[in-house]
Every structure is written in structure tokens, then in C-alpha cells.
Design a protein around this ligand. Structure first.
Ligand code: NAD
Length: 505
């Protein structure tokens, strides 16, 4: 208990010292984090090998490059992100400074999950540092080699008081959650997500919840099924299916189910050979608890491909289930493993209904060459992210916000979105004490004429202030012109009287 409290108190003290605010400090911490990723890559890769039998090639591609790109983006743009962002002026603020300023929130708690333990803790941390916050990092106890390596490495590179690492399981996380934070950034399942939000509510702390759920994958009959199946196979079986945005299940027309199965079978052979158990590219289930959970999910379903397992190694072959019924157990919860059920559906209407009847997914995948089908799927469904004709790669595009909607999460991150998520966007209006006469209309004692004047200034006008000014300019020049003409007329009349203008008029 003491340890968790000490870490939070230390981070709070460090934040209150103000040293995390200057641009220079933030950039220095970010580049130190980049050095950690680069210098310690071999150790990180082997920790993941121990945790989850991840291939040495997958860790750089699936985890480290994302962290690196976020750091480099922040380093390049941080000065701009931190600068005041001027907003449009109105008649009321024409002589004022009006801007939005991103400010640090304070102390952020980052709770990570085990499936990508580096990316899920360090990408939020990049944003926390960039935004000038302190952060307490709590990696998942489930991927224990990664957790202890993170605890060992982070203090060697970063300000230890500002960014402490707390390891441990449920009791330690619960202890942390009793403390006051200025933001809680949680990645993991939705059940614990609700507990985190409850704990945050006690301190009115804002949350980011990166949750999971079932991400559907629709294969239209009008599409290159071979290419679709290669992309889906890659996304589903990478990290042994333990990816939050892995396609959870396939929806397709009964007429193409057989082809889909055969294409995936072929691709699996191409990727992992005759015996995936001996392939260095094929991983393992994180632990026996999840291994048992997955086998229970397969029970009672029709296996089309795979279905073998070895408990001593937490190994399950890439498995495809066919003709799965919507009420089967495997369709009730997120699979999070190398098991791919196929549910058949008649037409696009039925597919859309199927998706919309279920909780809002984190990702939705649509494979189709038919523009009308694609448009309908985009317009008539919702999800955290949607990809047409590919899976998972939206995760690598840090210009896109990453996050869920409804049951799949709250908030978004990656790239500048993390900076925004972990900043307070402060409204700033800087006026002078001059021109007090203009304010008289808002002060009592009120009169109808003061009200009219106030309303004139307060009423929002379509178009910008510039347009209003231009309109004013046009009106006043017209008035001036009219004045000039009438003056001229008067002048001519006068001169006519004098007997000189008779020639002219
Ligand atoms: P997990 O078991 O590692 O738990 C996540 C964190 O919550 C851990 O740090 C753990 O200590 C803490 N925790 C667990 N139980 C707790 C409790 N009762 N009280 C307080 N803290 C507790 O990870 P998990 O939940 O098995 O992760 C898998 C889930 O996460 C899947 O649903 C997956 O889809 C989702 N996920 C989402 C994303 C995303 O970016 N949206 C990424 C990865 C995983």
C-alpha cells in the first residue's frame, strides 16, 4: 500500500515542482525514451519471447515502431502543439487576444494490458510526457517478463520521480485506483474498465478506456476472396490472435463459405507450414487460464481447420469454425485467441442488422469491391475504427485517432490525439481595461436601448468577423457616397440660384 501511495505522491511532488512544463524538458525525456526503445530492443524482444512466444520480427513491427513514430512526431511538432492556438474573433473580441492553450493535467495513471505490454504503456506515456504531465505506469502482471524489464529500464532513462513504474496485480492496481489522479488511461477488458471508471468517478478524474470486444469482418461475395483471406489470416493469427483489433469472426454469404475456408487453409500453410507448432512465426496463448477459456469456447462448434492443442505449451493450432450459430457461446464474448468462427448471413441488410444488434465494436472490417455495399456498411453501422479491404493497419497510422465507441471504449489516442487526450484545452481571453464606454450597455440600470445595443454585439452572426467587417465597410462606403451625392446636389442647386448652374441643370 505504502509503495503505491509513495509513487503517486512522488509524481505529484515532481509535477508541482513545475519542471515537466518547459518544452526542453519534455523533448529531453522523449528522446531518452526513444533511446531506451532503440538500445534495449534485444532485451524487449526476448522478454516478449518469454511472455508470449512472440517472433523476434513481430515485436519491432507490432509494437516498437509505433512508439518510435509517436515520439518522433511529438519531437517535431511539440513547439506547435504547445503554442497558443488563436481562434476566430467576433465583434466583441476584435481588439482582444483569444486563444486556446494546451496545458498539462497533472498526474496520469497508465494501466496497461499484457498482449502488447510495451506499446500499451509507452504510447500513452509519450503523450503524457509531451503534454507536460507526470505519469505512474502500471504494466500488466500477466506478461511478467515485460513488466519487470519495464520496471528495470524506465528509471535508467527517465526522470524517476516524475514517471514511476508500479508493478503488481489486482490488489496493487486497486490500491493505485484509490489515489487521486488527474487522468486515468486504462487498456484492458470492459469488465475491469467499468471498475476503473467507478474509481475515477470518486475523484471526478477523466478517463481513457481502451477496451475490446468482438470486431466483425464482413467478406462480400463481390471481392477478391484470395487477397481478402490472406490479409485476414495475417491479422487474425498474428500474436496468436491476442490482439484487441484482430478480426473476431467472419460474416459471409453461405455460398462463399467453402472458398473462404479453403483460401485461409492455403494461406495458413504458406505462413506457418505443415506444423505451426514448429514455426517461429506462430505464438502461444499467454497462460493456462486463457488456454482453457479458448478450448471451452470451441466446444460444440464444427471445426473446419485446426482444432488441436497442447496444454503443456499453451499451444492451439490456427482454428476455423464453420456454420457457427449467432447464439453459440463463442459469439457471446471476445475470443482473443487463434480461433476464427464463420457466421453466414444472407445479404447486406442481414449483415448490417447483425452488427447493429450487438455492442459497438472496436474495429469493423469490410472486404468488398462493390461501392454501394461499402457505402452502406460505412453509413449504416458504427465502430471505433473501420477498414475497407484490410485489417489492423489503421493502428499504424498515427494521424488517425485510435479508440473505441460505446462498449469498446472511451477516448482516443496515437500521435497528436494522445497529446490532446492528456491535455487541458484552456480557454484564454486577454482584454485591456480601455474602452469601458463600450461596456456601458451591459451594466444596470438597464433600458430597452441598452438591451438593444447589448444584443447587437452579442448576437452571433453567420460567417466570420472578417465578413461582418467587410459588410460594415460596404455599408459605410455606400452611406458616404450617398452623402457626397446629396452634397453635390445641394451645391448645384445653390449655384443655380446664383444663375451660374442653368447651363448644367
Ligand atoms: P490484463 O489482465 O492485463 O488487465 C489489464 C490491467 O488491469 C492490468 O494491469 C491488471 O493489473 C488490471 N486489473 C485486472 N483486474 C483488475 C481489477 N479487478 N481491478 C483493478 N485492476 C485490475 O488484461 P486483459 O483485460 O486480459 O486484456 C485483454 C483485453 O484488453 C481484451 O478485451 C482486449 O481486447 C483489450 N485490449 C484493448 C486494447 C485497445 O487498445 N483497445 C488493446 C489491448 C487489449
Amino acid at each position: 500500500e505504502e509503495m503505491e501511495k509513495q509513487a503517486v505522491d512522488g509524481a505529484r511532488r515532481a509535477f508541482n515542482s513545475g519542471r515537466s512544463r518547459p518544452l526542453q524538458y519534455r523533448k529531453q525525456q522523449l528522446s531518452a525514451l526513444l533511446r531506451l526503445i532503440r538500445e534495449r530492443q534485444a532485451e524487449i524482444v526476448s522478454a516478449l519471447k518469454r511472455d508470449i512466444s512472440r517472433s523476434e520480427f513481430d515485436t519491432p513491427i507490432f509494437e516498437l515502431i509505433g512508439i518510435e513514430n509517436d515520439i518522433k512526431l511529438a519531437e517535431r511538432n511539440l513547439a506547435d502543439w504547445m503554442a497558443p492556438q488563436p481562434v476566430k474573433k467576433t465583434l466583441l473580441t476584435i481588439t482582444d487576444d483569444v486563444y486556446i492553450k494546451a496545458e498539462p493535467l497533472g498526474v496520469v495513471l497508465i494501466i496497461g494490458a499484457w498482449n502488447y505490454p510495451w506499446s500499451l504503456t509507452l504510447r500513452p506515456l509519450v503523450g503524457a510526457i509531451a503534454a507536460g504531465n507526470a505519469a505512474v505506469v502500471k504494466p500488466s502482471e500477466v506478461s511478467k517478463s515485460s513488466a519487470s524489464l519495464l520496471k528495470e529500464l524506465l528509471p535508467q532513462y527517465l526522470d524517476t520521480e516524475m514517471y514511476p513504474v508500479v508493478t503488481g496485480g489486482v490488489p496493487e492496481t486497486q490500491e493505485l485506483l484509490k489515489q487521486r489522479f488527474d487522468h486515468i488511461f486504462y487498456t484492458g477488458n470492459s469488465t475491469v474498465g467499468k471498475l476503473v471508471m467507478e474509481a475515477a468517478a470518486r475523484h471526478l478524474a477523466p478517463v481513457t478506456l481502451e477496451l475490446g470486444g468482438k470486431s466483425p469482418c464482413y467478406i462480400d461475395k463481390d471481392c477478391d476472396i484470395a487477397v481478402a483471406c490472406r490479409r485476414i489470416t495475417w491479422g487474425k493469427f498474428a500474436n496468436c490472435g491476442q490482439t484487441c483489433i484482430a478480426p473476431d469472426y467472419i460474416l459471409c454469404h453461405p455460398n462463399i463459405q467453402h472458398r473462404v475456408i479453403e483460401e485461409i487453409r492455403q494461406t495458413l500453410l504458406e505462413f506457418y507450414g505443415e506444423d505451426p507448432k514448429t514455426s517461429p512465426d506462430y505464438g502461444r496463448i499467454i497462460n493456462q487460464h486463457h488456454f482453457d477459456r479458448l478450448l471451452a469456447l470451441i466446444e460444440g462448434c464444427t471445426v473446419a481447420v485446426g482444432g488441436e492443442s497442447d496444454k503443456s505449451q499453451c499451444y492451439i493450432t490456427p482454428t476455423i469454425l464453420k456454420d457457427v450459430l449467432p447464439h453459440a457461446r463463442i459469439m457471446q464474448e471476445e475470443i482473443f485467441g487463434p480461433v476464427l468462427p464463420i457466421v453466414t448471413a444472407g445479404d447486406v441488410n442481414e449483415v448490417i442488422r447483425f452488427i447493429n444488434e450487438r455492442p459497438k465494436p472496436l474495429a469493423l472490417y469490410v472486404f468488398s469491391s462493390n461501392k454501394k455495399v461499402v457505402r452502406r456498411m460505412l453509413n449504416e453501422t458504427t465502430s471505433g475504427g473501420v477498414l475497407v479491404n484490410d485489417v489492423m493497419v489503421h493502428y499504424t497510422i498515427n494521424a488517425l485517432p485510435f479508440g473505441g465507441v460505446g462498449n469498446s471504449g472511451v477516448g482516443r489516442y496515437h500521435g497528436k490525439h494522445t497529446f490532446d487526450q492528456l491535455s487541458h484545452h484552456r480557454a484564454c481571453l486577454i482584454k485591456s481595461l480601455a474602452m469601458e464606454r463600450l461596456n456601458m450597455a451591459r451594466y444596470p440600470p438597464m433600458t430597452p436601448s441598452r438591451l438593444r445595443t447589448s444584443m447587437f454585439f452579442l448576437r452571433s452572426r453567420s460567417g466570420s468577423c472578417d465578413q461582418a467587417l467587410r459588410a460594415w465597410a460596404v455599408v459605410s462606403s455606400l452611406l458616404a457616397l450617398a452623402l457626397l451625392i446629396s452634397l453635390l446636389v445641394v451645391l448645384l442647386r445653390v449655384s443655380a440660384h446664383a444663375g451660374l448652374g442653368s447651363v448644367l441643370l
